[in-house]
Write a protein that binds this ligand. Structure first.
Ligand code: AMP
Length: 398
């Protein structure tokens, strides 16, 4: 049996998550998963578990920099205690207009993707940094980029084109979408019976919805950046541009430079808005549900805004798809928040979406629609790392 350990890297603002899959001889078995969390603090966490969930590494190191955090991962994987990767897959939100295919990473490719940092400002700089470190610390191992925007590349021009002056469109400003690897993984898990007309709602701290026709993306809610689309944990989602101009002018009145004003506006729209902005309490759905139980009206409004917007978006996607066969919920809220699913679907019976309260009373994978619902409603957890491994193996030519 040939061994083909593939490392999957998924880096966030304060953490680096990773998993190692055995992908030899067509198999896809997760061997290990782990994370370094708390980057930028004196008391971080570094852990690695085996496939059965046993903790093989459990440390609380100081993690002053991302470089130190990633070196811990590289050292562990070079130590001989774990299978050293023969290929590495990196998750990346968007590579810009010229990098749309998953491919081998070279220093030049990273430079090219970095030109479009503004298209995923919270994600791209970190992902590019980790890619460069990975080329340095794993010099003999091929590294591949797997893009969230890859799944959305089938959107028709009428959907992806933005209603802006052509000069900006020519700079690559258009709808790219995000969460594409999650959507790809839902379609993958539904094979071979992928419904013709499918809507998937990825509801996590970042939230988006996608209309999928014959297994391909037709439309997705996130736009140029992950700040567009539906309201999520800390992001506005789509909003009247006049609101942003109003806030920008208010910020400018404080006498900051244009660049500082842009940064502040970005922080307002992507870090301080959404569920957090409306509730003035938390971006975490669990906190909001607890607060609602105690009668917190702002938490109620934030959650209502969330579920209302999603229901509205589902309606528009049914129109685009000219019907609907299946609705899938995924992501932390989609998988776990029974109330959110019930609230979203409550007003959608005219679209053929009818939940069964008993079946919906679950966390994790299930069919939750009533027996007589014309549309099947399911909960399916994403399998993003598996999709990245599949792409890596394909690109390796194995
Ligand atoms: P993700 O970004 O996919 O990890 O999802 C994070 C979101 O899922 C947060 O808003 C969490 O509050 C939410 N979430 C996780 N578990 C639950 C739960 N049991 N009930 C409600 N929301 C949950």
């Amino acid at each position: 049996m040939s061994s083909l350990p593939v490392l999957v890297l998924n880096s966030g603002s304060s953490s680096i998550k990773f998993s190692v899959y055995e992908a030899g001889d067509g198999q896809r078995a997760k061997l290990h998963e782990g994370a370094v969390d708390g980057i930028g603090t004196d008391l971080g966490k570094f852990w690695i578990k085996d496939a059965e969930g046993n903790k093989l590494v459990d440390q609380t190191p100081a993690l002053p920099t991302r470089a130190i955090a990633f070196k811990l991962v590289a050292d562990a994987l070079h130590s001989g205690d774990f299978p050293a990767p023969v290929a590495i897959g990196h998750r990346m939100v968007c590579g810009g207009p010229t990098v749309q295919e998953n491919q081998l990473i070279t220093p030049e490719l990273i430079d090219e993707m970095e030109l479009y940092t503004a298209f995923a400002p919270l994600h791209t700089p970190i992902a590019c940094y980790i890619m460069r470190e990975s080329l340095r610390l794993f010099p003999d191992v091929p590294n591949f980029v797997c893009l969230d925007s890859y799944f959305h590349r089938t959107m028709p021009e009428v959907v992806s084109h933005m209603p802006i002056p052509e000069e900006y469109s020519a700079m690559g400003v258009r709808r790219y979408g995000a969460h594409g690897i999650s959507y790809e993984s839902i379609v993958y898990q539904l094979q071979p019976n992928v419904p013709k007309k499918l809507i998937v709602a990825h509801l996590g701290n970042g939230a988006s919805i996608t209309a999928i026709r014959n297994g391909e993306c037709l439309d997705t809610s996130m736009g140029l950046t992950p700040t567009g689309g539906i309201i999520s944990g800390t992001r506005t989602g789509d909003i009247d541009p006049g609101v942003l101009l109003f806030i920008l002018r208010k910020i400018a009145e404080t006498g900051v430079t244009a660049a500082e004003a842009a940064d502040k506006l970005e922080a307002v729209a992507s870090k301080k808005a959404g569920l957090l902005g409306v509730s003035e309490l938390s971006n975490d759905m669990r906190d909001l549900r607890d607060a609602i139980k105690e009668g917190n009206a702002k938490a109620r409004l934030a959650v209502d805004k969330f579920t209302w917007t999603i229901a509205k978006w589902i309606g528009s996607y049914v129109a685009e798809l000219d019907g609907l066969d299946m609705l899938v919920f995924t992501g932390g809220i989609g998988e776990n928040d029974i109330n959110a699913r019930a609230e979203i679907c409550a007003g959608l019976s005219a679209l053929g979406i009818v939940l069964d309260p008993q079946r919906n009373n679950v966390r994790g994978e299930a069919v939750i629609s009533s027996e007589h619902s014309p549309v099947t409603v399911r909960v399916i957890p994403p399998a993003e790392d598996l999709i990245i491994v599949n792409h890596v193996v394909r690109l390796l030519g194995k």
